[in-house]
Design a protein around this ligand. Structure first.
Ligand code: FAD
Ligand code: NAP
Length: 557
């Protein structure tokens, strides 16, 4: 990857067709599509390089849990043929290199302004433009504003008393130092046991003298069985990438599980087979590794009894792996159905608790009282640390959007509009905010899917929409309140037909004190969702109001 500084961005014009916020995979592909349409565009990115998630999350062990052959762009046949992944699940440095390679190959950097945070975006009804301001004091007007700000980009430090007083080093997994951290010889505390912690803990445990894990909620984790990418498997993908990708796009999660025939998504109830067959199925998926475990049966996220069979299987594995049964019991997840919090994928997570230098503290039983200058205090014990790692997650889906001052028609702020929870039409737009698009916004499948599939689908839809507007001689699009109402209700109905709302998850906003609890992503599946979006477009953007400076045309609600 080339040095970002060696590709200085062009001077910023005061008026543009499009402003894009964020240069992760979403913003980068968006820029590429906008260029293809001949539109002028600039991308503002808070980080000092492209890559988004993979720029910020450099904690030890960080890697994808969607196989690399699928966690990659599909839009360019050359790109997907020429890039070679080294592992089944690529690690963060490799994914970041890939992002940099794409930026260089498509010459994206000249229109990306790095280390620049958008602070405000206001719609001006008179000129029908967005006025976007940055923390560098820049201001630019654009007809369209596209938020590619990421669902998991607003890292969240917990409000624990005394945090500032700690004399050692403090880290958040989502803002990891670029130089890396060597924990050799250190006493380390890790707060959190979500996906990030579950990846980081085994690696930190191998370096640290002593590692103490503070667990509030045990999570279900499936072994990744990661390893060097099998070259026959790579060849299988590359031999017909377009057809395989097309199949993946039709799946509920946008992931092809049966690529090697071992773990297809089975369209059969867990309760329709006998116990021996269920165990065989789970065991085979456990042995193969990865999130395909949850595709063993078609009712694992809709039927509690079916779900229990999968949860029991994983709990039995935890008891087998962890030698000290008191520790194993503490690691057993009981407070949510398996899969209703994002399922974790690990390398040696549970086995790490067999190490003599690793301890597990159940902070639900014995809550953290305060961070102290020397370390941390719970109700019953004092701990001394050299470093504290917070793997405490993100203000997901809405955090990055609401951090900016976004104001639509009549000065209404997005924060005010979403006070009772995010409201969107298709997760792409929100009523009262004309020409403002979101990539993988709340109300779309986003975080419940292979994000690369969802990102490409949204970017393509938005680009096609801008092209359609231009072809019709129109320059303004906004969902109607009625269409939005209908979509919000649909998203809710589908969510409540599943077990998901039973978990106090970040999908529900439950990890942020005071955040409204609504199920934010759309759980209808990426295949079905794509069809809905395509139909909306085919019907002349049904549910949207399209207009030009002169006249207004409303598509049917
Ligand atoms: P991001 O990559 O989050 O990029 C958004 C960018 O917007 C960021 O760089 C941010 O700095 C910038 N930004 C935000 N606000 C502003 C602002 N106001 N001004 C300027 N810039 C701003 N998904 C999967 O499908 N599979 C995986 O295996 C997977 N693993 C993950 C592992 C981790 C550790 C995390 C945190 C997430 C993971 N995800 C995974 C989800 C991941 O976020 C997406 O896959 C994908 O990278 C999102 O790309 P994006 O461009 O939409 O958002
Ligand atoms: P997370 O899933 O939200 O986990 C945060 C952890 O911190 C939870 O265990 C949480 O406990 C705990 N926590 C939060 N606030 C706390 C507090 N005040 N005191 C004590 N504990 C607290 O965050 P994450 O692990 O960063 O993962 C976020 C998402 O990013 C994942 O769900 C996934 O989508 C993505 N991700 C993917 C991968 C991958 O495998 N590819 C890796 C990392 C992240 P509670 O559960 O009790 O709230």
């Amino acid at each position: 990857m080339s040095d970002p500084q060696s590709h200085p961005a062009r001077a910023l014009p005061s008026e543009l067709d499009v402003v894009v916020v964020g240069a992760g995979f979403a913003g980068m592909y968006m820029l590429h599509r906008l260029r293809g349409l001949g539109l002028s565009a600039v991308v503002f990115e808070a980080g000092a390089d492209v890559g988004g998630t993979w720029y910020w999350n450099r904690y030890p062990g960080a890697r994808c849990d969607v196989e690399s052959m699928q966690y990659s762009y599909s839009f360019s046949p050359e790109l997907q043929q020429e890039w070679r992944w080294s592992e089944r699940f690529a690690a963060q440095p490799e994914i970041l290199r890939y992002a940099g390679h794409v930026a260089d190959r498509l010459d994206l950097r000249r229109d990306i302004r790095l280390a620049t945070r958008v602070t405000e975006a206001r719609f001006d009804a008179a000129s029908r433009t967005w006025l976007v301001r940055t923390d560098r004091g820049e201001a630019v007007r654009a007809r369209f504003c596209i938020m590619a700000t990421g669902c998991l980009s607003a890292a969240r430090m917990p409000d624990i008393a005394g945090l500032e007083s700690f004399r050692g080093a403090t880290y958040h997994t989502g803002h990891w130092p670029h130089a890396g951290v060597d924990f050799t010889g250190q006493r380390v505390g890790v707060v959190g046991t979500g996906s990030s912690a579950i990846q980081a803990i085994p690696v930190i445990a191998r370096q640290a003298t002593q590692l103490t894990v503070f667990q509030r909620t045990p999570n279900f984790s499936i072994p990744s069985r990661n390893g060097p990418l099998d070259r026959d498997y790579e060849q299988w993908w590359k031999s017909d990438y377009p057809a395989h990708r097309a199949r993946a796009r039709g799946m509920r999660t946008g992931i092809l599980y049966d690529a090697n025939g071992a773990a297809e998504a089975r369209d059969i109830s867990a309760l329709a087979v006998d116990e021996a067959e269920r165990e065989r199925e789970y065991a085979q998926r456990w042995a193969r590794g990865g999130t395909a475990f949850m595709a063993a049966f078609n009712d694992l996220i809709t039927d509690q009894r079916a779900n229990d069979t999968a949860a029991d299987f994983v709990r039995a594995r935890i008891r087998e792996i962890v030698r000290d049964q008191a520790v194993a019991e503490r690691l057993l997840p009981h407070d949510h159905p398996i899969g209703t919090k994002r399922i974790c994928v690990d390398t040696d997570y549970y086995a790490t608790f067999n190490r003599p230098n690793v301890a597990l503290v159940d902070i639900r039983q014995d809550p953290i009282q305060a961070i102290t200058p020397a370390g941390l205090r719970t109700g019953t014990a004092e701990f001394a640390f050299d470093s504290l790692v917070f793997a405490t997650g993100f203000d997901a889906m809405t955090g990055a959007l609401l951090k900016m001052g976004i104001a639509g028609r009549g000065g209404q702020t997005l924060r005010a509009k979403w006070e009772a929870g995010p409201r969107t039409y298709l997760g792409l737009m929100t009523a009262g905010f004309p020409n403002l698009f979101m990539v993988t916004g709340p109300g779309s499948p986003s975080v419940l899917s292979n994000m690369m599939v969802s990102i490409e689908q949204h970017v393509d839809w938005i680009a096609d929409c801008l092209a359609a507007l231009r072809a019709r001689g129109q320059d303004c699009i906004e969902p109607t309140a009625a269409a939005e109402e209908g979509w919000v209700a649909h998203v809710n109905t589908v969510a409540h037909g599943t077990l998901y709302p039973a978990a106090a998850s970040w999908y529900m906003g439950a990890n942020i004190p005071g955040k409204v609890r609504v199920f934010m992503p759309y759980i209808g599946g990426v295949g079905a969702y794509r069809q809905i979006c395509d139909e909306v477009a085919a019907k002349g953007y049904e549910g949207m109001r399209l207009s030009s400076a002169g006249a207004t045309a409303e598509a049917a609600d």
